[in-house]
Design a protein around this ligand. Structure first.
Ligand code: NAD
Length: 249
């Protein structure tokens, strides 16, 4: 039980096929009490209940600073602490540079970057008082490679900014005992791909992956567990590629 008695918040975890839910489930399997934050209250509650009755699911738009603070306060009231934050909420868009609108840019940047900024700022005071915490940000190999598969340039830029936010938080928060890292997945077979790529397209992408397949949400959840647990106690400020070798540098 790597996360016994820990409390973990996972944003964007309401889809049972998604990375966030897989991470929340993995954490719970290791003894954590998990809190899923997502846009819809009922979907969040259902996703938490699918893991077990002791877990919480709350509505929170991570773009809204006050909503993030209120959600974290509810977690503190209900669970008494917060040990782990996974900044996983994200929106993917594949529009090319000249086809993207200001609204597209705002949405993609705000959910990934402002969302992680808001949520991290909401949990850090609590983590600081206990001199302990782990923050995991969900980046993307699109940031490492400059996109090129599904994400448009604004998506790649958002993930690059998020990964750099993780590094900056790692540097600043290390004296408080708080670690911050990012995971950079390659293509993961989740709802995010729906309408963007068909099965034949997925097979073509898989052929270009050295390990010969797309990632599963479970592959990414395992990396989140590593970065959230004591197994990575001496690791902070890293971008962990989980891409089957798609980005070997
Ligand atoms: P997903 O669509 O299942 O998950 C994204 C979740 O974020 C959804 O549940 C959505 O409701 C939630 N969300 C969107 N806006 C939000 C907001 N403002 N506040 C709170 N929640 C919000 O897809 P996924 O593939 O599980 O994606 C999870 C993360 O992984 C995303 O950050 C995504 O960019 C990243 N990622 C995915 C892939 C992939 O190939 N699927 C690859 C690299 C990185």
């Amino acid at each position: 039980m790597q996360l016994k008695d820990k409390v973990a918040i996972v944003t964007g975890g309401a889809s049972l096929r998604g990375i966030g839910w897989a991470a929340a489930k993995r954490f719970a399997d290791e003894g954590a009490r998990v809190v899923i934050l997502d846009l819809d209250a009922e979907a969040s509650a259902r996703a938490a209940a699918a893991i077990g009755p002791q877990h919480l699911g709350l509505a929170c738009d991570v773009r809204d600073e006050a909503a993030c603070r209120a959600a974290v306060q509810r977690v503190i009231d209900a669970c008494g602490r917060v040990d782990i934050l996974v900044n996983n909420a994200g929106v993917s868009q594949s529009q090319r540079l000249m086809d993207s609108t200001q609204a597209d840019y705002d949405l993609v940047m705000d959910v990934s970057v402002r969302g992680a900024f808001n949520m991290s700022r909401a949990v850090v005071p609590h983590m600081r008082t206990r001199k302990s915490g782990a923050i995991v940000c969900m980046g993307s190999v699109a940031a490492q490679r400059g996109g090129g598969i599904l994400g448009g340039p604004h998506y790649s830029a958002a993930k690059g900014a998020l990964q750099t936010l993780a590094k900056a938080m790692a540097r600043e928060l290390a004296p408080d005992g708080i670690r911050a890292n990012a995971v950079a997945p390659g293509m993961v077979d989740t709802e995010l791909l729906v309408g963007k790529i068909d099965e034949a397209g997925k097979r073509r992408v898989a052929e270009g992956v050295p390990l010969g397949r797309l990632a599963t949400a479970q592959d990414i959840a395992n990396a989140c567990l590593f970065l959230a647990s004591g197994q990575s106690a001496y690791i902070t400020g890293v971008i962990l590629d989980v891409s089957g070798g798609l980005h070997i540098h």
